[in-house]
Design a protein around this ligand. Structure first.
Ligand SMILES: C[S@@+](CC[C@H](N)C(=O)[O-])C[C@H]1O[C@@H](n2cnc3c(N)ncnc32)[C@H](O)[C@@H]1O
Length: 283
């Protein structure tokens, strides 16, 4: 069967995942994922420095929270969100309609190869959506061609694993003592742009200039209480337990619960995280 959307062959695996089970889970948990990273939203939007007439492209927009945030500022302009996940885009479209945002559109597309209109946008943004490209230079060059000369690019990308307690705690428990496969540095995934030197190389090679990389650290909210957070984490990453026998599985879940309880407070369960706020302009 032909794929639902034309993608670069290198992004076929990401399509399978985001347009499959992973995307379905994100779509079902849209509010929680939005809340988990909500503390980054103010600096992210401030960096985009949006104007009422701006035409905004949201790359890897997911369920469209940042697309809608942008559209509420770009009231006389427009916002287009593109993503691989049909299920997440369905949520994005529904939420936009509920909010009466008529100048927002969403399209299922691979941002690496999508035929965006040349110089069709003033600003491109991406909240944790730009780390999954097989060829990030090609992808960010494609996004660059969609920007007017001097157009702004704003990315939020994760810093390294070691700076992101939410990931080390989950992996630490669910690995259950097994060595988990470590992707090679720079491989598509949440941490592919964790190295600021690489960020600058990639953006420069893709034709962007004035690249600035600012470190941010915020707590991420993972649930109202330990039961809530545990169910969420197991829904997200429970597949890591595959292959364990019943005892090892029970031990890993108990370890995860202990780690979650250690991060529970009056505001819910929170883990430390760190991201790079990257800004640049199309050259
Ligand atoms: C971690 S999620 C972030 C979603 C959204 N930006 C947010 O902040 O909630 C990463 C998103 O990037 C999308 N994505 C990954 N590779 C992509 C590609 N080549 N083109 C378009 N979207 C892509 C995924 O489908 C997914 O929705």
């Amino acid at each position: 069967m032909a794929p639902a959307v034309e993608v670069d062959p290198g992004n076929a695996g990401q399509l399978g995942s985001w347009d499959g089970a992973q995307g379905a889970f994100w779509a079902a948990q849209a509010d929680r994922f939005d809340r988990s990273v909500a503390r980054y939203d103010a600096p992210f939007l401030a960096a985009a420095d949006l104007r009422p007439d701006d035409r905004v492209l949201d790359v890897g927009c997911g369920t469209g929270r940042t697309t809608r945030d942008a559209a509420r500022v770009a009231v006389r302009g427009s916002a287009l969100g593109v993503d691989l996940s049909a299920a997440m885009l369905e949520v994005a479209r529904r939420r936009s309609a509920e909010e009466g945002l008529a100048h927002v559109r969403f399209e299922q597309a691979d941002a690496q190869v999508a035929p965006f209109p040349a110089e069709g946008f003033d600003v491109a943004v991406s909240r944790t959506g730009a780390m999954f490209f097989a060829d990030p230079v090609a992808a960010l060059a494609n996004v660059g061609r969609a920007l007017v000369p001097g157009g702004r690019l704003v990315l939020l990308v994760w810093q390294g694993l070691e700076a992101n307690e939410w990931m080390t705690e989950i992996l630490g428990a669910l690995a259950a003592g097994r060595p988990l496969p470590t992707p090679p540095p720079g491989a598509p995934g949440p941490f592919s742009l964790a190295d600021p030197v690489r960020i600058r190389q990639v953006l420069t090679a893709a034709g962007h200039r004035q690249v600035e990389v600012e470190g941010l650290a915020e707590a991420e909210w993972w649930g109202a209480d330990p039961d809530d957070a545990l169910a969420f984490v197991l829904g997200l990453a429970g597949w890591l337990l595959d292959g364990l026998d019943d005892d090892a599985r029970a031990g890993a879940v108990a370890d995860l619960r202990r780690r979650i309880e250690a991060h529970a407070g009056p505001g819910g369960v929170e883990f430390g995280s760190a991201a790079w706020l990257v800004t640049a302009r199309r050259g």
